[in-house]
Design a protein around this ligand. Structure first.
Ligand code: FMN
Length: 201
């Protein structure tokens, strides 16, 4: 099973990263796993500049930005499952995760039907990620869950748009301190169990 994990925190080895590792560990306890972890703040992933090259209207061309994203998108098509991990930054997903999701748009692949005059009469997304499994990992500082309502919704809605099969969600709060989650066995167990589910579902 090929898992690609996207770490949307600039703090390497901190809460989001630790929980992602536990999910991977849980999956590995049940099946052979080839895991690739991508630190979104370290990878060369330029800002989407909305050129629209990948859209049908511009001829469905490759993204011209020429960075790590071409390889990542290619490997995403070969992967079986994804882990999207983001800290809550200002009640939303991190900046790197926001840009990463924007740069994933070429995977949406629009299918269009035109009439004789060339006018588009039907359009639908046929994502190259359709049916692939996905888990979300969210860490926040506040002690009340509503703080991450938008974070969870954004990741959820994008999983739906990309027609992924959401397998689970790991949500952890009260994590202002770096790597504090390593002292929270219940949350580590939840992450591990989510990884088990990822492997078995
Ligand atoms: C710029 C910034 C904004 C943040 N905004 C929020 C927030 O609105 N609500 C919240 O609960 N935590 C907020 N936090 C706290 C982080 O979500 C929390 O520390 C999280 O555990 C960080 O994950 P990490 O350790 O993987 O980086 C913020 C942190 C930063 C750096």
């Amino acid at each position: 099973m090929k898992i690609m994990a996207f770490v949307g925190s600039p703090r390497k080895g901190s809460n989001t990263d630790i929980l992602i590792d536990k999910v991977i560990e849980g999956a590995k306890s049940k099946t052979d796993v080839e895991a690739e972890k991508i630190y979104l703040y370290e990878a060369d992933i330029k800002y989407c500049n909305a050129c629209g090259a990948h859209t049908v209207l511009k001829g469905s061309r490759d993204c011209p930005l020429g960075d790590d994203m071409a390889g990542i998108l290619h490997r995403m098509q070969e992967a079986d499952a994804f882990i999207f991990g983001s800290p809550n930054h200002g009640r939303t997903i991190s900046a790197a995760m926001t840009n990463f999701i924007a740069r994933m748009m070429p995977l949406l692949k629009m299918h269009v039907e035109k009439d004789e005059s060339g006018k588009i009469i039907h359009a639908e997304a046929r994502p190259l990620t359709r049916g692939k499994k996905a888990v979300m990992v969210v860490s926040q500082g506040d002690p009340w869950p509503s703080s991450s309502a938008l974070v969870v919704k954004i990741i959820d809605d994008n999983m739906k748009d990309f027609q992924m099969k959401k397998v689970g969600e790991v949500f952890s709060m009260n994590n202002i301190e770096r790597a504090i989650v390593k002292n929270k066995p219940d949350e580590l167990n939840l992450a591990f169990a989510t990884g088990v589910r990822l492997a078995l579902s």
